[in-house]
Design a binder for this molecule. Structure first.
Ligand SMILES: [Zn+2]
Length: 279
């Protein structure tokens, strides 16, 4: 009788442990691939309160080497983006094209809570939360503070002119400027094709309304065509992340050797190194 009881107890314990293991594995999987628990509270985001309930980022995130590139990238951006878009959606296409900045872990950097800012008002609301700093010697050229500081350091070492020379177009843009640029190269039909995943080349020329990295204060268009200029930018956290958009530079704020750890894929096109998101 005692023996039977012991056996039953043992089976119960084994069953219980297996159950916990399976359940916790499921939770970990869900956290990584869908949404973190705070997501629902952020469904209608007030940008600041959403930021406050994001996981604490006291120390720099260390990517888990057990994960594959895509998993490491998604795990890193989950710290900044409360709702990870589902594959196949317009938001996911935009995250693939412009989402590199979301791996940034610097506390001074603010990121939008979603990949599309719906209109001028939403863009202004987000931009009003940013700590902006002027890029030295260029009128009307502002970037988020760490991005501007890094760029100012680069430009004190080596001359790098803006692409067009106009701060309001080359540096941080308003929603209206993003829209104006879009309409110069594309239209509603193009937008529909991008939404359906039938058109991607345009994303390397101009960003759809409300989706440009230039709205976030973390991008600048430069004439940095020599290896020396590019190297100086790379050594200070600036990278080319949008395929075939040659003048476009993105502030990621990580050392180049860390980019693969965060899942980035290195792609060299005509001698230019782009760091592409792995999604
Ligand atoms: Zn650009």
């Amino acid at each position: 009788m005692q023996r039977v009881l012991r056996k039953t107890t043992l089976i119960t314990i084994v069953f219980f442990i297996s159950f916990i293991l399976v359940a916790s594995g499921g939770i970990a999987y869900q956290r990584l691939f869908t949404n973190t628990p705070q997501v629902n509270e952020c469904a209608n985001p007030d940008l600041r309160s959403c930021k406050d309930i994001s996981p604490a980022v006291d120390q720099p995130l260390t990517p888990d080497p057990q994960l594959n590139n895509q998993q490491r990238f998604l795990a890193a951006i989950a710290y900044n983006l409360p709702i990870i878009p589902q594959p196949g959606t317009f938001e996911y296409i935009l995250l693939r094209a412009y989402g590199a900045v979301f791996v940034n872990q610097e506390p001074e950097i603010q990121l939008p809570q979603k990949v599309i800012l719906a209109n001028e008002q939403e863009t202004e609301e987000f931009q009003s939360t940013l700590m902006m700093t002027k890029v030295d010697g260029i009128n009307g050229c502002y970037l988020q503070q760490p991005a501007a500081a890094a760029l100012n350091k680069v430009r004190s070492l080596i001359n790098i002119p803006l692409k067009s020379g106009y701060g309001s177009g080359d540096c941080t843009r308003t929603f209206a400027t993003n829209l104006r640029f879009w309409r110069k190269y594309a239209n509603n039909q193009t937008l529909e094709k991008v939404r359906q995943g039938r058109e991607t080349a345009i994303l390397g020329i101009v960003a759809p309304p409300g989706t440009s990295q230039h709205l976030w204060g973390l991008a600048i268009d430069l004439r940095a065509y020599s290896p020396q200029q590019r190297q100086a930018l790379n050594q200070n956290g600036w990278f080319q992340t949008v395929e075939k958009d040659l003048p476009h530079w993105t502030y990621i704020g990580l050392p180049q050797e860390d980019l693969p750890l965060f899942g980035f894929r290195k792609k060299v096109i005509r001698g230019v190194t782009y760091w592409i998101t792995p999604i």
